[in-house]
Structure formats: structure tokens, C-alpha cells
Ligand binder design. Structure first.
Ligand code: NAP
Length: 274
């Protein structure tokens, strides 16, 4: 019988997930489908209740439904509970279950692209939105000593820092310059540097030590303004596409029963669609 999975969001047509999962389905010769299903906010609770009856084994949840999905699932895994958002859903004995694979995707990508990153003592995270929650959770669970959260709206940075314990501190964007000399890993989670985005408040990187790793989770464009500046300075960089690819692995395995690999061929396939 054909196994069906979905990605749902509003809108959802921009999602790269159908191409990503479609690549793996074809690669492994699996009798399965992965479909984009546009569901608006009022319709989302009903969709989550009924996807099993509609023949889906599970799926991915994207903007703007991740927080609502967390509230609606009957069982949430540890990452989803800590982050307060669900991006992967499935059914277990009829129970609606949810997980969050964004933190896994982020760390798996760093493990692949910058294997020494776990010895970074001090990380600076730019941003305090939904994605930053997953990144801060990932960094804290990986055992990094200090996580400095820097955000345009300081109050959001303070709230996020307070939720993840004493390793985390909060600051405004204006203070980034003072924090960079002691930063081993810099992660951008803000829209700054996106295609057409506002880059005026991006910190200047000259003050970063020469061993620093600079990662951006934004992947449109693949080489963001921040990564371009870091490369020009000879720093090691990690782009955001790998996180997107790696976060999809646990869901695919859960629905289709095979743990897929993130390969250069997959990456090239998705880069061709950006
Ligand atoms: P969000 O919840 O809306 O948060 C946006 C963050 O960016 C906030 O901290 C916001 O600061 C900051 N920001 C926005 N515009 C800014 C500007 N002009 N100057 C300074 N700060 C600015 O968004 P999100 O869900 O966290 O997503 C953020 C980005 O991560 C998106 O581009 C998304 O595509 C990307 N992402 C990538 C992956 C991946 O797999 N690679 C996964 C998830 C998300 P304020 O709090 O001051 O508003």
C-alpha cells in the first residue's frame, strides 16, 4: 500500500520539503508520496485530527502552525517540549504525536560541515524568534558553556535566555560588537541578510577571533551577507541549507521506514530549486 506523508503550512507552495522527500522516495524506490497540503489557521486543528483518516501516515508542519501543533498533539517529544513547537507529526496507536527536528538538523549539519564546533566555548546567537529557540536548545543540549542571545528587541532575548537557564545571557544588537571578540561560534537566525532583507544592523565581523565559525540558518540566498563577510575574512562558514536537509531525516525514517542520507546529490538537487 502506498505510504503518504505531507507538509502543511499557510502558504505552503514555497516549501522545498516535497522536492527533498521526493528525492529520497525515488532514490530508495519506495511506494510513497509526500504532498504539500495548504491549510489555513482555522482549518489546522481539524486537519491534524483527520490526517490519519485521509490516508496520511504523518507529516511536517511549517509556518504558521508549529506552535499550534505543539498545543494540539497528545504526546510531544523532549525537543518539541523544550522548544514549544512541533514540526513533525505521526500517529502511534491512534495517538497524535509530535516532535521537533530543527535542533537535530542544526547540530547534524554542524557535525558534517564544521566537526570541531562542539569544542566552542562561547556562542553568540543573533535573533530570538522561533528558529532561535531551536538553536539555543540545540546549543545548550550539546553542552556548550555559554550562549549569548543578541536581538533587536532585547526583551525577547531576555525571555528566551531565561527559559534556557544560566548558560544563556541576553543583549541588544548594539552590544554585539563587544561580544564578538570572545565568540567561538556565531549563528544568525534572523532575516538579516535574506534576499531583499535589511542588513543595516548586521554586526561587523572584524572583531571575531580567527578560529571562529560563522553559521547562518537562512538559506535564501545560500551565501548570505553575513556568510559572505565571514568568508572574505577567512573564517569557516556553514550555510543554512544543510539544516533544512538534515531536519528532514527523522521524519522520513518515521513515515517510510528507511533512514535516508544527506548527500551532495540531494544538496545539488535542492540548490537547483532555490
Ligand atoms: P521569527 O520568529 O519571525 O524571528 C525573526 C527574528 O529575526 C527575530 O529575532 C527578529 O527580531 C529578527 N529580525 C527580523 N528582521 C530583522 C532586522 N531587520 N534587523 C534585526 N533583526 C531582525 O522567524 P523565525 O521563525 O525565527 O525564522 C528566522 C529565519 O530562520 C527565517 O529566515 C527562516 O527561513 C529561517 N529558518 C531556517 C531553517 C533551516 O532549516 N535552515 C529552519 C527554521 C527557520 P525582533 O525580535 O526584534 O523582531
Amino acid at each position: 500500500m502506498t505510504t503518504r506523508a505531507f507538509v502543511t503550512g499557510w502558504p505552503v507552495k514555497h516549501s522545498k520539503s516535497p522536492a527533498l522527500h521526493g528525492f529520497w522516495l525515488e532514490e530508495h524506490g519506495i511506494d510513497g508520496t509526500y504532498e504539500a497540503v495548504a491549510v489555513d489557521e482555522p482549518g489546522f486543528p481539524g486537519f491534524l485530527r483527520e490526517f490519519g483518516e485521509r490516508g496520511f501516515a504523518g507529516g511536517n508542519v511549517t509556518i504558521p502552525h508549529k506552535e499550534a501543533a505543539f498545543r494540539l498533539v497528545e504526546m510531544a517529544d523532549g525537543a518539541a517540549t523544550a522548544i514549544g513547537a512541533v514540526n513533525t507529526v505521526w500517529l502511534e496507536n491512534g495517538r497524535l504525536c509530535g516532535g521537533n527536528t530543527d535542533a537535530y538538523g542544526f547540530t547534524a549539519n554542524l557535525d558534517e560541515c564544521a566537526p570541531g564546533w562542539r569544542s566552542a566555548a562561547t556562542t553568540t546567537v543573533l535573533g530570538a524568534g522561533g528558529a532561535a529557540r531551536a538553536i539555543v536548545y540545540a546549543l545548550c543540549t550539546a553542552g556548550l558553556e555559554k550562549v549569548q542571545i543578541v536581538n533587536r528587541t532585547v526583551a525577547r532575548a531576555e525571555t528566551l535566555a531565561s527559559q534556557f537557564g544560566e548558560k544563556c545571557t541576553a543583549a541588544g544588537l548594539g552590544e554585539a560588537g563587544q561580544l564578538l571578540p570572545g565568540t567561538d561560534l556565531l549563528v544568525n537566525t534572523t532575516a538579516m541578510g535574506m534576499s531583499g532583507g535589511d542588513t543595516a544592523d548586521l554586526p561587523r565581523l572584524e572583531q571575531l577571533p580567527s578560529h571562529a565559525i560563522v553559521a547562518d540558518i537562512v538559506y535564501t540566498p545560500l551565501e548570505t551577507t553575513l556568510l559572505n563577510a565571514a568568508k572574505n575574512q577567512g573564517l569557516q562558514t556553514v550555510d543554512g541549507l544543510g539544516m533544512l536537509l538534515h531536519q528532514a531525516v527523522p521524519g522520513f525514517e518515521r513515515w517510510f521506514g528507511i533512514r535516508p542520507q544527506v548527500t551532495p546529490a540531494l544538496r545539488n538537487h535542492i540548490v537547483g530549486l532555490l
